[in-house]
Design a protein around this ligand. Structure first.
Ligand SMILES: NC(=O)c1ccc[n+]([C@@H]2O[C@H](COP(=O)([O-])OP(=O)(O)OC[C@H]3O[C@@H](n4cnc5c(N)ncnc54)[C@H](O)[C@@H]3O)[C@@H](O)[C@H]2O)c1
Length: 441
Protein backbone atom coordinates (compact mmCIF):
# COMPACT_ATOMS: atom_id res chain seq x y z
CA UNK A 1 0.00 0.00 0.00
CA UNK A 2 1.28 3.49 -0.88
CA UNK A 3 2.16 5.66 2.14
CA UNK A 4 -0.59 8.17 1.44
CA UNK A 5 -3.19 5.45 0.91
CA UNK A 6 -2.13 3.80 4.15
CA UNK A 7 -2.34 7.07 6.04
CA UNK A 8 -5.77 7.84 4.59
CA UNK A 9 -7.13 4.41 5.51
CA UNK A 10 -5.67 4.61 8.99
CA UNK A 11 -6.91 8.14 9.52
CA UNK A 12 -10.45 7.49 8.35
CA UNK A 13 -11.22 5.73 11.61
CA UNK A 14 -9.30 8.21 13.72
CA UNK A 15 -11.09 11.42 12.63
CA UNK A 16 -7.92 12.93 11.20
CA UNK A 17 -7.43 15.03 8.10
CA UNK A 18 -4.56 14.22 5.76
CA UNK A 19 -3.15 16.91 3.51
CA UNK A 20 -1.79 16.10 0.05
CA UNK A 21 1.76 16.10 1.47
CA UNK A 22 0.80 13.34 3.88
CA UNK A 23 0.87 15.77 6.83
CA UNK A 24 -1.71 14.69 9.40
CA UNK A 25 -3.99 17.10 11.22
CA UNK A 26 -6.02 16.29 14.27
CA UNK A 27 -5.78 16.30 18.02
CA UNK A 28 -2.57 14.28 18.02
CA UNK A 29 -1.15 15.48 14.73
CA UNK A 30 2.61 15.91 14.54
CA UNK A 31 2.24 19.17 12.67
CA UNK A 32 -0.56 21.57 11.89
CA UNK A 33 1.31 23.61 9.31
CA UNK A 34 0.74 23.62 5.59
CA UNK A 35 3.60 23.07 3.13
CA UNK A 36 3.14 26.02 0.82
CA UNK A 37 4.60 27.08 -2.53
CA UNK A 38 4.52 30.85 -3.02
CA UNK A 39 4.35 31.53 -6.77
CA UNK A 40 5.06 35.16 -7.62
CA UNK A 41 7.15 35.74 -4.54
CA UNK A 42 7.44 39.53 -4.32
CA UNK A 43 5.18 42.56 -4.94
CA UNK A 44 1.68 41.66 -3.81
CA UNK A 45 3.09 38.51 -2.20
CA UNK A 46 4.71 40.63 0.52
CA UNK A 47 1.20 41.34 1.87
CA UNK A 48 0.96 37.60 2.52
CA UNK A 49 4.37 37.17 4.16
CA UNK A 50 3.19 37.58 7.77
CA UNK A 51 0.37 35.06 7.40
CA UNK A 52 2.62 32.66 5.50
CA UNK A 53 5.27 32.87 8.20
CA UNK A 54 2.94 30.82 10.41
CA UNK A 55 2.98 27.95 7.86
CA UNK A 56 5.85 26.11 6.15
CA UNK A 57 6.82 27.99 3.00
CA UNK A 58 8.78 25.22 1.30
CA UNK A 59 8.97 26.60 -2.26
CA UNK A 60 9.39 30.05 -3.77
CA UNK A 61 8.91 30.76 -7.45
CA UNK A 62 9.55 34.02 -9.25
CA UNK A 63 10.59 34.89 -12.79
CA UNK A 64 12.85 37.58 -11.36
CA UNK A 65 15.79 36.18 -9.37
CA UNK A 66 16.18 39.52 -7.57
CA UNK A 67 12.68 39.05 -6.22
CA UNK A 68 13.53 35.48 -5.27
CA UNK A 69 16.47 36.82 -3.26
CA UNK A 70 14.17 39.19 -1.38
CA UNK A 71 11.66 36.42 -0.66
CA UNK A 72 14.45 34.07 0.43
CA UNK A 73 15.40 36.55 3.16
CA UNK A 74 11.97 35.94 4.66
CA UNK A 75 11.76 32.21 3.87
CA UNK A 76 15.41 31.04 3.77
CA UNK A 77 14.63 27.32 3.84
CA UNK A 78 12.35 27.31 0.80
CA UNK A 79 13.57 25.83 -2.50
CA UNK A 80 13.74 28.34 -5.36
CA UNK A 81 12.28 28.16 -8.87
CA UNK A 82 11.85 30.50 -11.81
CA UNK A 83 9.30 28.34 -13.66
CA UNK A 84 6.06 27.64 -11.76
CA UNK A 85 5.55 24.39 -13.73
CA UNK A 86 8.73 22.99 -12.15
CA UNK A 87 7.81 24.43 -8.75
CA UNK A 88 4.51 22.56 -8.75
CA UNK A 89 6.43 19.30 -9.21
CA UNK A 90 8.04 19.67 -5.78
CA UNK A 91 7.10 16.74 -3.55
CA UNK A 92 5.03 17.04 -0.36
CA UNK A 93 3.32 20.33 -1.18
CA UNK A 94 -0.10 20.96 0.37
CA UNK A 95 -1.02 24.34 -1.05
CA UNK A 96 -0.12 27.16 -3.43
CA UNK A 97 -0.41 30.92 -3.01
CA UNK A 98 -0.35 32.56 -6.45
CA UNK A 99 0.57 36.25 -6.77
CA UNK A 100 1.82 36.32 -10.37
CA UNK A 101 0.62 38.44 -13.29
CA UNK A 102 -3.07 38.11 -14.17
CA UNK A 103 -2.36 36.30 -17.44
CA UNK A 104 -0.91 33.33 -15.54
CA UNK A 105 -3.43 33.04 -12.66
CA UNK A 106 -5.75 30.52 -14.29
CA UNK A 107 -2.76 28.41 -15.37
CA UNK A 108 -1.11 28.26 -11.96
CA UNK A 109 -4.43 27.74 -10.17
CA UNK A 110 -5.62 25.02 -12.50
CA UNK A 111 -2.32 23.11 -12.58
CA UNK A 112 -2.16 23.27 -8.78
CA UNK A 113 -5.73 21.95 -8.38
CA UNK A 114 -4.95 19.19 -10.88
CA UNK A 115 -2.07 18.17 -8.58
CA UNK A 116 -4.33 17.95 -5.54
CA UNK A 117 -3.18 21.25 -3.98
CA UNK A 118 -5.24 23.84 -2.14
CA UNK A 119 -5.02 27.25 -3.85
CA UNK A 120 -5.17 30.90 -2.80
CA UNK A 121 -5.07 32.92 -6.03
CA UNK A 122 -4.80 36.67 -6.22
CA UNK A 123 -7.59 38.28 -8.19
CA UNK A 124 -8.61 37.99 -10.99
CA UNK A 125 -9.06 34.24 -11.28
CA UNK A 126 -8.80 34.41 -15.09
CA UNK A 127 -8.44 36.77 -18.00
CA UNK A 128 -11.21 35.36 -20.23
CA UNK A 129 -14.48 33.48 -19.81
CA UNK A 130 -12.93 30.14 -20.74
CA UNK A 131 -10.18 30.47 -18.13
CA UNK A 132 -12.69 31.31 -15.39
CA UNK A 133 -14.84 28.33 -16.41
CA UNK A 134 -12.03 25.81 -16.56
CA UNK A 135 -10.61 26.74 -13.16
CA UNK A 136 -14.09 26.71 -11.61
CA UNK A 137 -14.86 23.31 -13.15
CA UNK A 138 -11.58 21.87 -11.84
CA UNK A 139 -12.38 23.24 -8.40
CA UNK A 140 -15.92 21.83 -8.44
CA UNK A 141 -14.51 18.39 -9.30
CA UNK A 142 -12.20 18.60 -6.27
CA UNK A 143 -14.44 20.52 -3.88
CA UNK A 144 -14.66 17.69 -1.39
CA UNK A 145 -10.85 17.65 -1.03
CA UNK A 146 -9.50 21.13 -1.72
CA UNK A 147 -9.95 24.66 -0.35
CA UNK A 148 -9.70 27.69 -2.64
CA UNK A 149 -9.83 31.42 -2.11
CA UNK A 150 -9.58 34.33 -4.57
CA UNK A 151 -7.63 37.28 -3.18
CA UNK A 152 -10.52 39.69 -2.71
CA UNK A 153 -9.61 40.34 0.92
CA UNK A 154 -11.93 43.35 1.29
CA UNK A 155 -14.68 40.71 1.48
CA UNK A 156 -13.74 40.38 5.17
CA UNK A 157 -14.88 43.96 5.91
CA UNK A 158 -17.94 43.65 8.11
CA UNK A 159 -19.84 45.98 5.80
CA UNK A 160 -20.09 43.15 3.25
CA UNK A 161 -22.19 41.14 5.72
CA UNK A 162 -24.25 44.17 6.78
CA UNK A 163 -25.10 44.98 3.14
CA UNK A 164 -26.11 41.38 2.48
CA UNK A 165 -28.33 41.31 5.58
CA UNK A 166 -30.08 44.55 4.60
CA UNK A 167 -30.87 43.20 1.13
CA UNK A 168 -31.99 39.74 2.31
CA UNK A 169 -34.07 41.17 5.15
CA UNK A 170 -35.99 43.50 2.82
CA UNK A 171 -34.64 46.88 3.91
CA UNK A 172 -35.22 48.13 0.34
CA UNK A 173 -38.19 45.84 -0.37
CA UNK A 174 -37.90 43.44 -3.29
CA UNK A 175 -34.56 43.71 -5.09
CA UNK A 176 -34.96 45.13 -8.61
CA UNK A 177 -31.44 46.06 -9.77
CA UNK A 178 -27.85 46.20 -8.59
CA UNK A 179 -24.73 47.94 -9.82
CA UNK A 180 -21.13 48.59 -8.87
CA UNK A 181 -18.57 51.10 -10.11
CA UNK A 182 -14.94 52.13 -9.96
CA UNK A 183 -13.28 55.42 -10.88
CA UNK A 184 -9.67 54.31 -11.56
CA UNK A 185 -8.42 55.58 -14.93
CA UNK A 186 -5.05 54.57 -16.35
CA UNK A 187 -4.84 55.52 -20.00
CA UNK A 188 -2.17 54.02 -22.28
CA UNK A 189 -1.94 54.28 -26.06
CA UNK A 190 -0.63 50.75 -26.71
CA UNK A 191 2.01 48.18 -25.78
CA UNK A 192 5.31 49.78 -24.83
CA UNK A 193 7.93 50.02 -27.60
CA UNK A 194 11.06 47.82 -27.44
CA UNK A 195 13.61 49.32 -25.06
CA UNK A 196 16.84 47.78 -23.83
CA UNK A 197 17.33 44.20 -22.76
CA UNK A 198 15.81 42.40 -19.80
CA UNK A 199 18.18 42.39 -16.82
CA UNK A 200 20.06 39.10 -16.40
CA UNK A 201 18.00 38.26 -13.31
CA UNK A 202 14.67 38.50 -15.15
CA UNK A 203 13.43 35.46 -17.11
CA UNK A 204 11.44 37.53 -19.53
CA UNK A 205 10.25 34.65 -21.69
CA UNK A 206 8.69 33.07 -18.58
CA UNK A 207 7.15 36.42 -17.61
CA UNK A 208 5.43 36.51 -21.02
CA UNK A 209 4.45 32.88 -20.36
CA UNK A 210 1.40 31.74 -22.30
CA UNK A 211 0.69 35.16 -23.86
CA UNK A 212 1.90 36.28 -27.30
CA UNK A 213 5.46 37.68 -27.20
CA UNK A 214 5.87 41.45 -26.77
CA UNK A 215 9.26 43.15 -26.74
CA UNK A 216 10.81 43.96 -23.39
CA UNK A 217 10.40 47.46 -21.97
CA UNK A 218 11.43 48.34 -18.40
CA UNK A 219 8.17 50.27 -18.06
CA UNK A 220 6.31 47.01 -17.42
CA UNK A 221 8.41 46.59 -14.27
CA UNK A 222 8.63 50.19 -13.04
CA UNK A 223 5.87 50.22 -10.41
CA UNK A 224 6.09 50.17 -6.63
CA UNK A 225 6.11 46.65 -5.13
CA UNK A 226 2.49 45.62 -4.68
CA UNK A 227 1.28 48.12 -7.27
CA UNK A 228 3.37 47.03 -10.26
CA UNK A 229 0.27 45.38 -11.70
CA UNK A 230 -0.79 48.92 -12.73
CA UNK A 231 2.08 48.88 -15.25
CA UNK A 232 0.75 45.90 -17.23
CA UNK A 233 -2.83 44.99 -16.33
CA UNK A 234 -4.47 47.26 -18.93
CA UNK A 235 -2.94 45.39 -21.90
CA UNK A 236 -5.15 42.68 -23.40
CA UNK A 237 -2.41 40.04 -23.38
CA UNK A 238 -1.54 40.63 -19.70
CA UNK A 239 -4.73 41.72 -17.97
CA UNK A 240 -8.29 42.93 -18.27
CA UNK A 241 -7.90 46.49 -16.99
CA UNK A 242 -10.26 47.55 -14.24
CA UNK A 243 -12.46 44.46 -14.72
CA UNK A 244 -9.86 42.23 -13.10
CA UNK A 245 -8.33 44.97 -10.98
CA UNK A 246 -10.78 46.98 -8.83
CA UNK A 247 -13.73 45.29 -10.53
CA UNK A 248 -12.84 42.05 -8.74
CA UNK A 249 -13.12 43.81 -5.38
CA UNK A 250 -16.02 46.16 -6.02
CA UNK A 251 -18.39 43.88 -7.90
CA UNK A 252 -17.79 41.46 -5.00
CA UNK A 253 -19.58 43.95 -2.73
CA UNK A 254 -22.72 43.56 -4.86
CA UNK A 255 -22.22 39.89 -5.79
CA UNK A 256 -22.10 38.93 -2.10
CA UNK A 257 -25.70 40.12 -1.72
CA UNK A 258 -27.19 38.61 -4.89
CA UNK A 259 -26.81 34.79 -4.67
CA UNK A 260 -26.43 34.95 -8.43
CA UNK A 261 -25.90 32.36 -11.11
CA UNK A 262 -24.36 33.07 -14.49
CA UNK A 263 -25.95 35.79 -16.63
CA UNK A 264 -28.23 35.00 -19.56
CA UNK A 265 -27.14 38.12 -21.48
CA UNK A 266 -24.50 40.85 -21.48
CA UNK A 267 -24.06 44.16 -23.27
CA UNK A 268 -21.33 46.77 -23.04
CA UNK A 269 -20.47 50.26 -24.28
CA UNK A 270 -17.42 52.37 -23.67
CA UNK A 271 -14.24 53.77 -25.20
CA UNK A 272 -13.57 53.01 -28.86
CA UNK A 273 -12.00 49.55 -29.19
CA UNK A 274 -8.20 49.51 -29.00
CA UNK A 275 -6.70 46.13 -29.99
CA UNK A 276 -3.82 46.62 -27.53
CA UNK A 277 -5.36 48.25 -24.49
CA UNK A 278 -8.53 47.44 -22.57
CA UNK A 279 -11.13 50.23 -22.30
CA UNK A 280 -10.93 52.79 -19.50
CA UNK A 281 -14.51 54.03 -19.67
CA UNK A 282 -16.95 51.16 -19.79
CA UNK A 283 -20.51 50.26 -18.85
CA UNK A 284 -21.58 46.61 -18.90
CA UNK A 285 -25.06 45.31 -18.09
CA UNK A 286 -25.89 41.67 -17.35
CA UNK A 287 -29.22 39.88 -17.04
CA UNK A 288 -29.12 37.66 -13.96
CA UNK A 289 -31.74 34.92 -13.56
CA UNK A 290 -34.23 34.88 -10.69
CA UNK A 291 -33.46 32.83 -7.60
CA UNK A 292 -35.65 31.65 -4.74
CA UNK A 293 -35.73 35.01 -2.94
CA UNK A 294 -35.66 37.63 -5.74
CA UNK A 295 -36.78 38.10 -9.37
CA UNK A 296 -34.46 38.22 -12.39
CA UNK A 297 -32.51 41.48 -12.22
CA UNK A 298 -30.10 43.55 -14.29
CA UNK A 299 -26.63 43.99 -12.78
CA UNK A 300 -24.42 46.77 -14.14
CA UNK A 301 -20.72 47.56 -13.88
CA UNK A 302 -19.47 51.12 -14.51
CA UNK A 303 -15.84 52.18 -14.72
CA UNK A 304 -13.44 54.92 -15.73
CA UNK A 305 -15.93 57.81 -15.68
CA UNK A 306 -19.16 55.96 -16.49
CA UNK A 307 -21.44 56.24 -13.43
CA UNK A 308 -24.98 55.36 -12.40
CA UNK A 309 -27.40 58.22 -11.70
CA UNK A 310 -27.78 59.12 -8.06
CA UNK A 311 -31.22 58.30 -6.64
CA UNK A 312 -31.25 61.62 -4.77
CA UNK A 313 -29.74 65.03 -5.58
CA UNK A 314 -27.95 65.50 -2.27
CA UNK A 315 -25.82 62.37 -2.71
CA UNK A 316 -23.03 62.72 -5.25
CA UNK A 317 -22.09 59.14 -6.17
CA UNK A 318 -18.93 60.45 -7.84
CA UNK A 319 -17.58 61.11 -4.35
CA UNK A 320 -17.65 57.33 -3.77
CA UNK A 321 -14.65 56.13 -5.77
CA UNK A 322 -15.54 52.44 -5.63
CA UNK A 323 -19.08 51.58 -4.65
CA UNK A 324 -22.23 49.58 -5.16
CA UNK A 325 -25.90 50.47 -5.27
CA UNK A 326 -29.02 48.33 -4.94
CA UNK A 327 -32.47 49.43 -6.09
CA UNK A 328 -35.47 47.80 -4.46
CA UNK A 329 -39.24 48.26 -4.58
CA UNK A 330 -39.05 50.41 -1.42
CA UNK A 331 -35.77 52.26 -1.72
CA UNK A 332 -32.06 52.26 -2.41
CA UNK A 333 -28.96 51.06 -0.62
CA UNK A 334 -25.65 52.74 -1.50
CA UNK A 335 -22.39 51.31 -0.16
CA UNK A 336 -18.66 51.60 -0.37
CA UNK A 337 -16.37 48.94 1.11
CA UNK A 338 -16.83 50.09 4.69
CA UNK A 339 -20.07 52.09 4.93
CA UNK A 340 -23.65 52.09 3.70
CA UNK A 341 -26.57 54.51 3.23
CA UNK A 342 -30.20 53.43 3.23
CA UNK A 343 -32.61 55.62 1.23
CA UNK A 344 -36.32 54.74 1.52
CA UNK A 345 -38.39 55.91 -1.48
CA UNK A 346 -41.06 57.57 0.58
CA UNK A 347 -40.58 60.56 2.79
CA UNK A 348 -42.57 58.97 5.59
CA UNK A 349 -41.42 55.38 5.10
CA UNK A 350 -41.98 53.56 8.39
CA UNK A 351 -39.75 50.60 7.37
CA UNK A 352 -42.33 48.07 8.62
CA UNK A 353 -41.52 46.03 5.50
CA UNK A 354 -37.98 45.55 6.84
CA UNK A 355 -37.68 42.28 8.68
CA UNK A 356 -34.64 43.19 10.74
CA UNK A 357 -32.81 40.14 12.07
CA UNK A 358 -32.03 39.77 15.75
CA UNK A 359 -28.41 40.21 16.88
CA UNK A 360 -27.82 36.48 17.25
CA UNK A 361 -28.73 35.92 13.58
CA UNK A 362 -26.19 38.43 12.22
CA UNK A 363 -23.77 36.87 9.74
CA UNK A 364 -20.57 35.87 11.52
CA UNK A 365 -17.42 37.90 10.89
CA UNK A 366 -14.77 36.40 8.60
CA UNK A 367 -11.87 37.93 10.57
CA UNK A 368 -8.54 37.38 8.79
CA UNK A 369 -9.26 36.60 5.14
CA UNK A 370 -6.09 34.65 4.40
CA UNK A 371 -6.34 32.72 7.66
CA UNK A 372 -9.86 31.74 6.68
CA UNK A 373 -8.21 29.84 3.81
CA UNK A 374 -5.40 28.34 5.93
CA UNK A 375 -8.04 27.08 8.36
CA UNK A 376 -10.19 25.77 5.53
CA UNK A 377 -7.22 23.80 4.13
CA UNK A 378 -6.81 22.18 7.54
CA UNK A 379 -10.50 21.83 8.31
CA UNK A 380 -13.88 22.06 6.60
CA UNK A 381 -12.55 23.40 3.23
CA UNK A 382 -15.04 26.31 3.38
CA UNK A 383 -14.01 29.83 2.43
CA UNK A 384 -16.02 32.94 1.60
CA UNK A 385 -14.54 33.55 -1.88
CA UNK A 386 -13.95 30.10 -3.32
CA UNK A 387 -13.41 29.48 -7.02
CA UNK A 388 -17.12 28.76 -7.52
CA UNK A 389 -18.46 31.95 -5.91
CA UNK A 390 -15.78 34.22 -7.38
CA UNK A 391 -15.44 32.18 -10.60
CA UNK A 392 -19.06 32.91 -11.51
CA UNK A 393 -18.61 36.59 -10.75
CA UNK A 394 -15.49 37.02 -12.88
CA UNK A 395 -17.01 34.91 -15.67
CA UNK A 396 -19.89 37.41 -15.77
CA UNK A 397 -17.50 40.38 -15.87
CA UNK A 398 -15.37 38.78 -18.58
CA UNK A 399 -18.48 38.00 -20.62
CA UNK A 400 -19.08 41.75 -20.53
CA UNK A 401 -15.66 42.32 -22.08
CA UNK A 402 -16.60 39.78 -24.80
CA UNK A 403 -19.79 41.76 -25.50
CA UNK A 404 -17.70 44.95 -25.65
CA UNK A 405 -15.39 43.35 -28.21
CA UNK A 406 -18.28 41.89 -30.21
CA UNK A 407 -19.89 45.34 -30.25
CA UNK A 408 -23.33 43.88 -29.58
CA UNK A 409 -25.54 42.42 -26.85
CA UNK A 410 -24.72 38.74 -26.36
CA UNK A 411 -27.12 36.04 -25.23
CA UNK A 412 -25.36 33.48 -23.10
CA UNK A 413 -25.83 29.80 -22.29
CA UNK A 414 -24.04 29.62 -18.95
CA UNK A 415 -24.44 25.84 -18.64
CA UNK A 416 -22.30 25.34 -21.73
CA UNK A 417 -20.32 28.59 -21.83
CA UNK A 418 -21.60 29.53 -25.30
CA UNK A 419 -22.87 32.68 -26.92
CA UNK A 420 -26.20 31.71 -28.48
CA UNK A 421 -27.00 34.66 -30.74
CA UNK A 422 -23.67 35.11 -32.55
CA UNK A 423 -21.40 32.17 -33.34
CA UNK A 424 -18.64 34.62 -34.26
CA UNK A 425 -18.55 36.06 -30.74
CA UNK A 426 -17.49 32.77 -29.14
CA UNK A 427 -13.90 33.64 -30.03
CA UNK A 428 -14.01 36.52 -27.54
CA UNK A 429 -14.59 34.03 -24.72
CA UNK A 430 -11.07 32.64 -24.98
CA UNK A 431 -7.45 33.61 -25.59
CA UNK A 432 -4.81 32.04 -27.83
CA UNK A 433 -1.72 30.73 -26.05
CA UNK A 434 1.89 30.49 -27.14
CA UNK A 435 3.06 27.07 -28.25
CA UNK A 436 4.03 24.90 -25.32
CA UNK A 437 1.56 26.38 -22.81
CA UNK A 438 -1.50 24.39 -21.74
CA UNK A 439 -4.17 25.74 -19.44
CA UNK A 440 -5.39 22.37 -18.28
CA UNK A 441 -2.03 20.77 -17.54
N1 LIG B 1 -5.77 41.67 -3.54
C1 LIG B 1 -5.28 42.88 -3.72
O1 LIG B 1 -5.70 43.86 -3.11
C2 LIG B 1 -4.15 43.05 -4.69
C3 LIG B 1 -3.32 44.17 -4.61
C4 LIG B 1 -2.27 44.28 -5.53
C5 LIG B 1 -2.09 43.30 -6.50
N2 LIG B 1 -2.95 42.24 -6.53
C6 LIG B 1 -2.78 41.19 -7.55
O2 LIG B 1 -1.53 40.56 -7.33
C7 LIG B 1 -0.95 40.19 -8.58
C8 LIG B 1 0.48 40.70 -8.63
O3 LIG B 1 0.47 42.08 -8.62
P1 LIG B 1 1.86 42.88 -8.38
O4 LIG B 1 1.52 44.33 -8.38
O5 LIG B 1 2.56 42.30 -7.25
O6 LIG B 1 2.60 42.53 -9.75
P2 LIG B 1 4.15 42.30 -10.09
O7 LIG B 1 4.35 42.64 -11.51
O8 LIG B 1 5.00 43.01 -9.09
O9 LIG B 1 4.31 40.73 -9.92
C9 LIG B 1 4.35 40.11 -8.68
C10 LIG B 1 5.52 39.14 -8.57
O10 LIG B 1 5.29 38.03 -9.42
C11 LIG B 1 6.46 37.79 -10.19
N3 LIG B 1 6.01 37.12 -11.41
C12 LIG B 1 5.41 37.67 -12.50
N4 LIG B 1 5.07 36.71 -13.38
C13 LIG B 1 5.46 35.52 -12.84
C14 LIG B 1 5.40 34.16 -13.26
N5 LIG B 1 4.86 33.81 -14.43
N6 LIG B 1 5.87 33.20 -12.43
C15 LIG B 1 6.43 33.54 -11.23
N7 LIG B 1 6.55 34.82 -10.80
C16 LIG B 1 6.04 35.79 -11.59
C17 LIG B 1 7.10 39.16 -10.36
O11 LIG B 1 8.48 39.08 -10.66
C18 LIG B 1 6.85 39.75 -8.99
O12 LIG B 1 7.83 39.39 -8.07
C19 LIG B 1 -1.84 40.76 -9.65
O13 LIG B 1 -2.59 39.72 -10.20
C20 LIG B 1 -2.74 41.74 -8.94
O14 LIG B 1 -4.05 41.77 -9.49
C21 LIG B 1 -3.93 42.09 -5.65
Amino acid sequence: MQRRQFLQTAAAGAGLLILPSGTIFGANAPSNKLNIALVGAHGRATAHYDGLAGENVVALCDVDEKHLDLASEKFPKAKRYVDWRKCLEQKHLDAVVCCTTDHTHAFVANWALNRGLHVYCEKPLGNCVEEARIVRATYLKNKSKLATQVGTQRHAYENFNRVRELILDGAIGELKEACAWGNRQIRRPGYLPPEGKPPKTLHYDLWIGPSPMHPYNPGYFSGQPGANCLQWNMYWDFGTGQIGDMGSHTMDLAWNALDAGLPTAAEATGDAFNPEVTPVELKMTFQIPANEWRPAIPVTWYQGGAMPDSPIDCIDLKKIGHGAMFKGSKGFLVADFERRILLPNEEGADMTYYNRRPGEKLLPPIHHFQKEWFNACKGDLKTSCDFDYNGRMIEMMLLGLAAYRAGKALEYDGANGRVTNDAGADKFLRRDYRKGWTLNG
